[in-house]
Design a binder for this molecule. Structure first.
Ligand SMILES: Cc1cc2nc3c(=O)[nH]c(=O)nc-3n(C[C@H](O)[C@H](O)[C@H](O)COP(=O)(O)OP(=O)(O)OC[C@H]3O[C@@H](n4cnc5c(N)ncnc54)[C@H](O)[C@@H]3O)c2cc1C
Length: 166
């Protein structure tokens, strides 16, 4: 069966607060970032009858903030943006290099770090950075914001979760 857009409900929050509130009301909704992984499911119809949480207007999660202690990369930052960010390139060259291995340029331009981590595919390189960088993930999903090691942000291979394991 192919994807059937008419069977889907699409929520389009205009910012982070609206996105978190929409997800609280519809916890079974599937967040949609770049769509490079989700579109595979669309093609075979597994998204039919699902609620989609379109994150494309959440500008707060598209930013990279550098500080003395590290960098905070919003979940919607693309692999291309990570590679070209001067602070990431200088201080976290392995992450920039990993993002450069993702698919081709088209995939790097659309695919996001958050989608890569949430998708938890075993061969994914950007979500497996050097342990020496001690990456952690911040989660805004209800019932409460949380921070965890990135390795705990999924329930296993291709079993994404927006609720980190403790
Ligand atoms: C041709 C092709 C080649 C590829 N090559 C590679 C490769 O070499 N290496 C690699 O690692 N990956 C590869 N990928 C996979 C994919 O491009 C990446 O994993 C990408 O980073 C996914 O990001 P996205 O924004 O497109 O995610 P989406 O497709 O939008 O979402 C992926 C999953 O994450 C969830 N999600 C997305 N954003 C969030 C969020 N903010 N909060 C909670 N959950 C969220 C979605 O609900 C979904 O379950 C490839 C894909 C394609 C189609």
């Amino acid at each position: 069966m192919r994807g059937d857009a008419k069977s889907m409900t699409v929520l389009s929050p205009r910012g982070a607060a609206e996105a978190v509130a929409a997800y609280a009301k519809a916890p079974a909704a599937l967040p949609l970032a770049g769509g490079t992984d989700l579109m595979v499911g669309w093609n075979v119809g597994v998204l039919n009858n699902r609620t989609i949480l379109d994150l494309s207007r959440v500008s707060e999660w598209k930013k990279i903030k550098a500080s003395a202690s590290g960098v905070e990369i919003g979940s919607l930052v693309t692999h291309s943006a990570i590679q070209t960010h001067p602070v990431v390139a200088r201080r976290f060259p392995l992450l920039a290099a990993a993002c450069a291995t993702v698919g081709a340029a088209q995939i790097q331009n659309r695919g996001t770090l958050g989608g890569n981590i949430a998708n938890a595919s075993p061969p994914a390189t950007p979500s497996r950075p050097s342990p020496s960088t001690r990456p952690s993930c911040a989660c805004s999903a209800p019932p409460a914001a949380a921070r965890c090691r990135c390795s705990r942000s999924s329930r296993g291979s291709r079993r994404p979760t927006s609720r980190p394991a403790s």
